[in-house]
Ligand binder design. Sequence first.
Ligand SMILES: [Cu+2]
Length: 651
Amino acid sequence: MSTDTIDTIDTFDQTSSGASDHPLNPLSVDEIRAVRRIVDDNGLLGPDVRFVYVALDEPHKKVVMAFKPGDPIDRRARVLLLDRATGQGSDLVVSVTNDRIDGNVAVDGSAEGHVPILDQEFEDIESFLLECPEWLAAMGKRELDPAKVRAVPLSAGVFGHEDEVGKRIVRVLAFYQYDAADLPWAHPIDGVVAYVDLTRRTVVKVIDEIKLPLPTERGEWDAEPHAVPARTDLKPIEITQPEGASFTVDGNQITWADWSFRFGFDVREGLTLHQLSLRDGDRERPVVYRASVAEMVVPYADPSPVRYWQNYFDQGEYLFGRYTNSLELGCDCLGEIKYFDVAIAGEDGNPRVMKNAICLHEEDYGVLWKHTDMFNEMAETRRSRRLVISFFLTIGNYDYGFYWYLYLDGTIQLEAKATGIVFASAYRGPDGYSTEMAPGLGAPFHQHMFSARLDMSVDGDVNVVEEVDAVAVPVGPDNPWGNAFRPQRTKLTRESEGMRIADNLKARVWHITNPTKQNRLGQNTGYALHPEGQPVLLADPSSSIAKRAAFATKHLWVTKYDPAERYSAGDFVNQHPGNAGLPSFVAQDRNIDGEDIVVWHTFGLTHFPRPEDWPVMPVDYAGFKLKPVGFFDRNPSLNAPLAPKSHCCES
Ligand SMILES: [Cu+2]
């Protein structure tokens, strides 16, 4: 699971200083070292204490907005620690600037949930199983060599089991690995699960429901029966930019065409965008103050006694940013690429640099606009281009990419890519909850639900949200022929009204507008959130996961800005019983009409795996778009460059 550590500070962007100093820069290697030293100096680093999370504690928006180059910067880190000997977590604020601990709160694992799961905790699991007679008996019953059993520890959730209260629990499903080259995911040992206490380092319970046949067909894409030679009938496609890329980079600040923004990286959220704005003539116009994917969850549909609990919060429980891939030219991105390294803290608190973690490049995107006129013979085509900033990570069997796109017409898009190997089970037949992928091998139905946190600032912080539906007008004196339809606008004025479901049959979008700023036509300037309108959480409202992933029960939430409200399912998701995060934020029912607001958007995939998703799944996509609506006075891309004639005329 772990990413290799290559600590090459000479090419590390985020240690840069001088003009690039900014309050939102991610923690540097030196700052991570300082955090560790300060924690140690204050006697908080016992022999069993591990660093779960270390990241920039972002200053208040007001501080960031007022910042001028050269101003003093107060650098603070948020730090989560776990004492593995006791299971006690703590939540610290460490001031790097002032060399002190500014906050230290014990995390109550029974009431609040636990700090996320360490890689070290995962790595120990197989040894616990080998010491458990019930587990060994279950493997013996299946005539399996326990030494070839790969344990996959998974977050436990909360199901009211009294013997789990206050304990750090994981549930362990197992896969068989015939030899070192074998992909264990193809050989699920189904019908049996172990519950493990991570602090006491013991197996609490083994549930051996049923002995199911072990699927034996191999799952490597380059082995029998799947292996095929790579096709040779496709000629190379080379992307060349002879004059280089069109973006400029200054530390974490990026400018491209009329866009400018900063980026950050957080081990929990991954890539974050900050202060995204557009230059319009001589004005710099803000659109989004901060954009991130603030949580995600993968709930599974298999109700069997050994799998009903399967729900992974890949951020709040697993801190998926630490599994970011090192990208390589010609592999993940094409063209003139700028890579950025990222520093995170290892579990010992020492810095770990992930090389080429973030990729920045431009892409041609077909036709931007075009017309051939029948009267005046105007004929023109302008090509679309987009700036892409992305990262990819591997968490267990799955791989996720997150791609932010900025377009010349003012569109902002987020695309999540899901690929890798589907989580497998034994196939229990057509009435079950999985697709047969290979002989006897099932892939349980599941969803991938993402929550984007969009701290909007459309032309400033005073914003309102309207739901806009396409509605037919009843036949009447004003509509005698019945052809009329129009957009129907409903303003969302309080947080209780801001919980909404998409409706593609009404072309439903949400307009985020600024009532104090108008375009040349007198319309309030705005951006529209275009949802894909895929299903929200399908689990029953009474289920544990519906409470714990309440964010995923609505496509839209709107909250009044509060810097402490960062995570859609709450700060401590691991074994949290539920109703944290968005449902507790909106319980305040604050005014959202003409306030500084945060828009939270749930999007995702409902995945009934196909045989074509085996042995490795072609990328599936989910995301959303933010498109300007009255933000500009006219098409903002009239200035897109003409395509060189040579491109069109060569035959
Ligand atoms: Cu899936």
